[in-house]
Design a binder for this molecule. Structure first.
Ligand code: NOJ
Ligand code: CA
Length: 530
């Protein structure tokens, strides 16, 4: 396998499994998942072919935003266990070759954080400038007045209870003397606090972080010049201290995020919209949007996705990786408005695409997007993607033995809800397809993360979508996808394959003369060839 300069080589075959800890596995019957619960399921995670986990925030928090409101960066929230449990998790994960990533909520804390409480005080103290405060009551978007003894209001990042840490401004507005430069010693103190948090957990034994709202750090910086300065400084420090560690950004603009210093950036429902171009028919019917590529209608627009993806891929290759997640705790699940074979074609794409794949817990069995739930810990509609993992047919789907009413969120009530247990023994299940695909990915050099994708047949409102994958040693594989309900036969030309089938569900490949191939696709089919 080839490696890239300054990029840990393990990223080239990393497959991430993303765990929302509240909902994964509860071992002490309080209705909330915990660290011991994750440790207990490491073997299962390993059986998926995943070799890295990213756990959403597990730090002490009042949980007004599901833990994205940290009140102590150095403590595990009691409901998840303690540092000892986390140590155990890391050591058991290591034994199985699984790396561990935490979530770094860098831009803001909870309003319960002791730094913020100090910062609210009227008398000057070491924390007065840790947050962004105006110098008088000013009515301004994203500022909250009326809290604390200070003559001013504070800026928040997402919800009002998430005050923005003061990493400084890039452009300072001369009429706002309370803004400080990102190089002001007061801002540099906060920069140092972030490094302390990173060091603490890296030294504890983790392998890196997913960085929340990575673009929000430096204020008033529309061109991201200060933000670039901030993250590239941090990256060079990080490279020296932790050469094998990785930083994944929640940005949604890989060309920019990798340029500023991240190893990996996610494609999302926001930002460059690459992800949305695949999945956008997840929105409720009646909304005026073109359908995403994974549409049964055959009207999907793959060129819309590719135009974004190829541009970002070309700009980031050799410098970092793009991650196209199956979903996350903020998005819809791919199962929304879809079922059965749709999900097979989606997994066939996600697990053969270049970059670092990410499976959101439960997507490997096709867990439903459970609509109509109440707002839980600031989730609003996002609760629907955060319901408990469905392990088996015992009480509470094997997630917890707590009383049903004590569960973090209710279990999908439908009788035919998918479970790990029922799919484990079924050769044809989605779960076993995911396992097959990750194995193929790991055994097929052309599919390594640091490879190219070369469209062979890719037209809006036409099926199938055919692409070559190629690694840096010029090894090739070809993938054919038909998410639609239609049959089709097309002819393509390529001299990069011999026609050997690695895996096919409903795709036939016939060699015509020379390098011409006839491809026949059944409804909702896919194939991988060499
Ligand atoms: C992005 C996180 O993914 C989301 O869950 C959270 O609510 C916001 N950032 C605020 O931290
Ligand atoms: Ca628990």
């Amino acid at each position: 396998m080839s490696t890239q300069k300054e990029l840990p080589s393990w990223l080239n075959d990393a497959i991430i499994y993303n765990i929302y800890p509240q909902s994964f596995n509860d071992t002490n019957s309080d209705g909330i998942g915990d660290l011991k619960g994750i440790t207990e399921k490491l073997e299962y995670i390993q059986s998926l072919g995943a070799n890295c986990i990213w756990i959403n925030p597990v730090f002490k928090s009042p949980f007004l935003d599901a833990g994205y409101d940290v009140s102590d960066y150095y403590q595990i929230a009691e409901r998840y266990g303690d540092l000892e449990d986390f140590k155990q998790l890391i050591s058991e994960a290591k034994k199985r070759g699984i790396r561990v990533l935490l979530d770094l909520v860098a831009g803001h804390t909870s309003w319960d954080h002791p730094w913020f409480k100090e910062s609210c005080k009227g008398d000057d103290n070491p924390y007065s400038d840790y947050y962004i405060w105006t110098d008088a009551r000013i009515q301004k978007k994203r500022f909250v007045n009326g809290i604390g003894e200070r003559d001013g209001g504070y800026m928040y990042n997402f919800y009002v209870h998430q005050p923005a840490l003061n990493y400084g401004y890039y452009n300072i507005d001369e009429n706002s003397p309370w803004q400080i430069s990102m190089d002001d010693p007061r801002a540099l103190k906060v920069h140092q606090e972030l490094r302390n948090v990173i060091s603490f957990w890296m030294d504890f034994g983790i392998d890196g972080f997913r960085v929340d709202m990575a673009m929000s750090i430096i204020k008033n910086d529309p061109e991201c010049i200060g933000i670039k300065k901030f993250w590239s400084r941090l990256r060079s420090w990080f490279n020296t201290e932790y050469p094998d560690g990785v930083l994944l950004s929640e940005w949604g603009n890989p060309a920019r995020a990798i340029d500023v210093g991240f190893h990996v950036d996610f494609m999302h429902q926001f930002g460059t919209l690459g992800w949305w171009n695949l999945f956008r028919d997840q929105v409720d019917p009646g909304q005026d949007l073109d359908v995403g590529f994974f549409s049964r209608s055959g009207e999907g627009c793959i060129e819309d996705f590719l135009s974004v993806f190829l541009e970002h891929h070309a700009k980031t290759k050799e410098k970092g990786y793009i991650c196209i997640p199956s979903a996350n705790h903020d998005t819809n699940r791919p199962s929304i408005h879809r079922s059965g074979r749709d999900l097979r074609v989606i997994q066939a794409f996600l697990l053969t695409a270049p970059g670092v794949p990410l499976i959101y817990y439960g997507d490997e069995i096709g867990m439903r997007f459970y609509k109509g739930l109440k707002n839980k810990e600031g989730a609003y509609y996002r609760s629907s993607s955060r319901t408990p993992m469905q392990w088996d047919s015992t009480v509470n789907a094997g997630f917890s033995t707590a009383d049903k009413n004590e569960l973090y969120l209710p279990i999908d009530p439908q009788n035919d809800r998918p479970t790990v247990d029922s799919q484990d023994t079924d050769e044809d299940s989605l779960l076993n397809l995911v396992r097959k695909l990750t194995k193929i990915r790991q055994e097929t050099p052309a599919l390594e993360n640091n490879g190219d994708i070369i469209p062979v047949y890719a037209k809006n409102k036409k099926i199938p979508f055919v692409y070559l994958r190629k690694n840096n040693d010029d090894q090739y594989a070809m993938v054919v996808l038909n998410p639609s309900m239609n049959n089709e036969t097309i002819t393509i030309e390529t001299d990069k394959i011999d026609g050997k089938t690695i895996l096919s569900e409903g795709v036939t490949l016939l060699q015509e003369d020379g390098h011409k191939w006839e491809i026949g696709v059944k409804p909702q089919s896919f194939g991988i060839f060499e």
